[in-house]
Design a protein around this ligand. Structure first.
Ligand SMILES: [Zn+2]
Length: 402
C-alpha cells in the first residue's frame, strides 16, 4: 500500500512539475492565448486608427493605406499561426503527460484487490458477525426509505442477501411500514398499534389535531381535541400534559396555521413509536453497528493521545480485551455494558473472576473471595462493613441488563 502511495506521490510530482513556477503545459497554452488576444486587441486599435486616417488626411493616398492594411493582415496571420502551433503543441504535451500519469499512477491504483493490501483485515470468524451487523443495521434504519414494498418479499430479500433472521426482519419490515404511513400523514395503523394511555397515543392525538387544523377545518380540530384529550387525561391522570395542548387551542382561537410545528410533531411521533416498537418486540433501538462506530468516533481522540504518550514513555498495551485508558462515553453507549470493579483487587470482574455477593449484599470478585476466605477454609470480615462472611454463604452475581 505504501509503495502505491509513494508511486502516486512521485507521479503526481512529475505531473505538476513546473506548476509552482506557473509553467504546466496547460498554463502555457492559457498564457499564449492571452497574449494572442492582447495582440489582436492592439491590431484592432491600429486598424481603427488607419480607418480614421484613411477617411481624413490620408484619403489622397490610397496606396499607402492599402500597404498598411496588407501589413496588418500579414501580422495577424503570423500571430495566428504562432498561437495555433503553440497551443497545439502545449495541448499535445499536456495530453501526453496526463496519459502517462493515468498509466503510471491511476491505473496502478485499481490494479489490485483491496483485500490483498488491507492489513487490518477481519478474521473470517469476525467477518460473519460484521456482515450480520450490517444486515441488522439496514433492517433497522433503511427499510422505511424504500417506497411501498411487498413485506414477504422484503423479509426474503433480507434473509437471502444479508442473512437476517426472518423473525427479526418481519418486525423491522412492519415497523418500517408504519413509519412510512406516518410520513404520509396516515396515523391509523400507528394509532391502532400504540398502547392505550401511552405518551405515543397522546402525541398522535396532537399530530392528528394539527393535520386537521392545517387543512383549515377548525371545528373538526376542536371536536377532535374535545373528544380525545379529556378522555385521555381522565384515563391516564397525566394532567401535566395539558400544557402541550394549550398552544394548539390558542392557535385555534387566533386562527393561525403558521406556527404549526407539524414536522417536529411528526418526527416526535416517529421517534416515540420506533422506541416503543423496538422495546415491545425486544429489538435494539440503536443498531450495534451504529453503537460501535459511534463509540469508535468518540474514543478516537483518546487513542491518538494514548499513541503519543505510548511513543514518549515506551509503554505498551498489556490487556487484550480492555483499553489501557478510560474513555468516557454517553450513557446510551454504555448503559447495557455492566461493569463491576472489585474493590479489593481494583480490577474489573471477568468470566474467570466473576462477582460474588456476601451475606451483607456487598460484592467482591471471586479471586478476592478466595483470598479472604483462604479458599473457603475460614470466615472473614467484609471489606465494606463489619459483617462476618463465610464462603458457603456467598452467591455468584449475574448483572441484569435493564
Ligand atoms: Zn458488607
Amino acid at each position: 500500500m505504501s509503495e502505491l502511495l509513494g508511486n502516486l506521490e512521485c507521479e503526481y510530482q512529475k505531473l505538476t512539475d513546473g506548476a509552482a513556477a506557473g509553467q504546466t503545459h496547460l498554463k502555457k497554452c492559457l498564457d499564449d492565448t492571452h497574449n494572442f488576444k492582447m495582440n489582436i486587441k492592439k491590431l484592432k486599435g491600429y486598424l481603427a486608427k488607419q480607418a480614421q486616417d484613411a477617411a481624413g488626411e490620408d484619403s489622397q493616398n490610397p496606396a499607402k493605406f492599402m500597404k498598411r492594411r496588407q501589413l496588418a493582415v500579414e501580422k495577424l496571420n503570423k500571430l495566428h499561426k504562432q498561437w495555433d502551433s503553440g497551443a497545439r503543441k502545449s495541448s499535445k504535451l499536456a495530453i501526453q503527460q496526463y496519459s502517462k500519469f493515468q498509466k503510471n499512477a491511476i491505473n496502478k491504483i485499481y490494479d489490485f484487490e483491496l483485500d490483498q493490501v488491507y492489513t487490518n483485515q477481519f478474521p473470517p470468524s469476525a467477518r460473519k458477525h460484521v456482515e450480520s451487523a450490517i444486515g441488522l443495521h439496514i433492517s433497522r434504519y433503511n427499510l422505511c426509505e424504500i417506497p411501498e414494498q411487498d413485506s414477504e418479499g422484503m423479509v426474503r430479500y433480507l434473509e437471502n442477501v444479508y442473512g437476517v433472521n426472518s423473525k427479526i426482519s418481519t418486525n423491522f419490515v412492519e415497523m418500517a411500514q408504519m413509519v412510512r404511513q406516518l410520513r404520509q400523514d396516515n396515523l391509523d395503523s400507528c394509532m391502532a398499534w400504540c398502547s392505550e394511555g401511552s405518551n405515543l397515543e397522546f402525541e398522535l392525538h396532537l399530530l392528528k389535531a394539527m393535520f386537521l387544523l392545517q387543512s383549515g377545518d377548525k371545528s373538526a380540530t376542536y371536536l377532535y381535541l374535545l373528544k380525545s384529550i379529556p378522555d385521555f387525561m381522565t384515563k391516564t391522570k397525566k394532567s401535566f400534559l395539558r400544557h402541550r395542548v394549550a398552544p394548539l387551542l390558542a392557535q385555534l382561537v387566533i386562527s393561525s396555521e403558521t406556527g404549526l410545528k407539524l414536522e417536529e410533531q411528526r418526527n416526535k411521533c416517529i421517534e416515540l413509536f420506533t422506541r416503543e416498537y423496538c422495546a415491545r418486540n425486544s429489538l435494539p433501538f440503536d443498531s450495534s453497528l451504529f453503537l460501535v462506530v459511534m463509540s469508535g468516533i468518540m474514543s478516537f481522540q483518546f487513542f491518538i493521545k494514548y499513541r503519543t504518550l505510548q511513543a514518549a514513555r515506551h509503554v505498551d498495551w498489556t490487556t487484550e480485551n480492555e483499553l489501557p485508558f478510560n474513555v468516557k462515553l454517553p450513557d446510551f453507549l454504555t448503559n447495557f455494558h455492566p461493569i463491576f470493579i472489585c474493590p479489593v483487587l481494583k480490577e474489573e470482574t471477568t468470566k474467570e473472576n466473576p462477582p460474588y455477593a456476601l451475606p451483607c449484599h456487598h460484592i467482591i470478585s471471586k479471586f478476592s473471595l478466595d483470598k479472604l476466605s483462604k479458599n473457603g477454609t475460614c470466615n472473614f470480615k467484609c471489606p465494606y462493613c463489619p459483617v462476618t462472611a463465610a464462603r458457603s454463604k456467598t452467591s455468584k452475581v449475574n448483572f441484569v441488563i435493564l
